[in-house]
Design a protein around this ligand. Structure first.
Ligand SMILES: Cc1cc2nc3c(=O)[nH]c(=O)nc-3n(C[C@H](O)[C@H](O)[C@H](O)COP(=O)(O)OP(=O)(O)OC[C@H]3O[C@@H](n4cnc5c(N)ncnc54)[C@H](O)[C@@H]3O)c2cc1C
Length: 439
């Protein structure tokens, strides 16, 4: 994380990674840049790609993901309204606060996976899912839990709605959006077991890039009024991501990150194949080609979205959502192939990965002789195959696979939403015309 922030200040990168703040003139991170031209969009993309390449796209929740979201929401601040309380100013001021201090955000959108067949108010206890308990002169008190927040090692947490809130009175206390420091009184994170390790050799990815995931518990947490963005308003809660175009800018960041990951896996699996001399076999080439096609597909989505970008109703130059939403829906189908191809190509080599300390033991000569490969000595071959295993099969690799399937929502419901949203009419019309055509 620190290295990512240091990168912003590197000579030669400062101009692309930062821009002068419109309020202070200080240099601030490019992921906060509100784009007004296609050049601004290209600048955002270059910045996001530089961060994504640092981890080979493995880190899904570098700060540019949520910075993109609050950047878009601040531009669309009027959506949040000023009736009663000035939520529009709250979101704008919050964005400026995060931008000027270069804060790292985590976020949580969904209710605990208790009983998905009924809504939050119909669970065994109506305070399992986080909700409003009371409103005081100081703010709103929240009780209950949310899952899941990746990167709890953050400065602040955003709590936003994602699943549809039914309009019934009972579910109204769950339609909330707010932000808090992670150190807020009564806020707790219950983390999963860490996959991190102190050995770059044994766990090349987990040792560097475990972002951690946590269930978030609100034990009567006070959210000050100036940190509230939506309160007891199911209609706004259900529309916020689309109406503000936050979803477009988040998905744009995700597509750039996914491109970096596809490129990284393409490099990794090609090296694995070449190291053991299997790159000549047609089925190996076919499998690796699947990954190369994924690289080019994701790149094409970005190019198309930026070429057809338009100024949205809030004044932001916005990537075309058609290719971006297509990328968002296709990715959970393409990404699981990464682990599959790495396993198909690496085969038993993925288990010929003794602990790094063997290189300092009496077994070293055996390793040098029996682990050597066509184009690597024993030690380098083990390093490469450990990397492949950490990407495809270790606890960390398994979590990577799960993340890519679900991080942007449930692919099944996303596909239904895509089906309803996509303009299929011109294609149907062409078929109807053919049916009635004489020639
Ligand atoms: C590694 C990882 C990191 C994550 N990080 C974050 C994060 O930082 N912040 C955040 O907010 N979220 C995060 N998520 C959560 C992510 O948003 C959810 O996984 C996603 O929205 C799906 O919800 P769910 O996991 O609760 O699955 P569920 O909704 O419980 O679904 C479980 C299964 O039931 C099916 N199903 C459930 N309900 C329906 C329905 N109504 N119609 C049809 N099928 C249904 C689904 O298709 C799925 O197969 C993360 C998830 C993972 C795996």
């Amino acid at each position: 994380m620190a290295a990512l922030y240091d990168m912003q200040l590197k000579p030669g990168l400062l101009d692309s990674m930062t821009y002068p703040s419109p309020t202070t003139g200080d240099r601030v991170g490019t992921s906060f840049l509100q784009p007004h031209t296609k050049d601004d969009l290209a600048k955002r993309t270059a910045m996001m790609k530089a961060w994504a390449d640092f981890s080979g796209g493995i880190m899904g929740r570098t700060a540019d993901y949520l910075n993109s979201s609050i950047m878009a929401m601040a531009a669309a601040s009027e959506f949040f309204g000023r009736e009663g309380r000035d939520y529009a100013s709250n979101i704008r001021r919050y964005y400026e606060h995060v931008r000027e201090n270069d804060l790292v955000l985590t976020h949580t959108l969904i209710n605990p996976q208790t009983n998905r067949s009924v809504g939050p108010s119909k669970q065994a206890d109506p305070f399992i899912a986080a909700r409003v308990v009371e409103k005081t002169s100081e703010g709103v008190v929240i009780r209950g839990a949310r899952m899941l927040a990746t990167l709890p090692v953050a400065d602040e947490i955003l709590v936003f709605p994602s699943t549809v809130i039914r309009s019934g009175q009972d579910d109204i206390p769950y339609s909330i959006a707010f932000a808090l420091p992670v150190s807020a009184k009564g806020l707790k994170f219950i983390c999963r077991e860490s996959f991190a390790s102190d050995s770059y050799f044994d766990h090349p990815l987990a040792s560097r890039f475990d972002e951690q995931d946590a269930v978030v518990i609100f034990d009567d947490v006070l959210v000050p009024w100036d940190r509230v963005f939506i309160l007891e308003d199911p209609e706004k809660a259900n529309r916020v991501n689309e109406a503000t175009d936050a979803v477009v800018f988040m998905a744009h960041q995700a597509t750039v990150r996914e491109t970096a990951k596809a490129e990284f896996v393409a490099g990794l699996v090609t090296l694995v194949a070449e190291t053991i001399g299997v790159e000549q076999f047609p089925q190996v080439q076919e499998r690796i080609t699947d990954i190369l096609l994924t690289v080019e597909t994701m790149k094409a989505f970005i190019v198309a979205s930026e070429a057809n970008a338009k100024v949205n109703r809030w004044g932001l130059m916005t990537p075309d959502y058609v290719p971006i939403n297509s990328a968002r829906n296709l990715w959970p189908k393409l990404a699981p192939r990464f682990a599959e191809v790495l396993k198909q190509v690496g085969a038993s080599g993925l288990m010929a990965i003794p602990p790094g300390k063997i290189m300092k033991s009496e077994a070293k000569p055996d390793v040098e002789k029996y682990y050597q490969a066509k184009s690597a000595d024993g030690e380098d071959r083990i390093r490469l195959f450990k990397l492949a295993w950490d990407a495809a099969g270790s606890a960390f690799g398994g979590r990577q696979d799960l993340y890519e399937r679900f991080f942007f929502g449930d692919p099944v419901r996303m596909a239904s939403a895509y089906y309803a949203w996509y303009n299929k009419e011109p294609y149907k019309e062409r078929v109807r015309a053919l049916l009635h055509r004489e020639a």
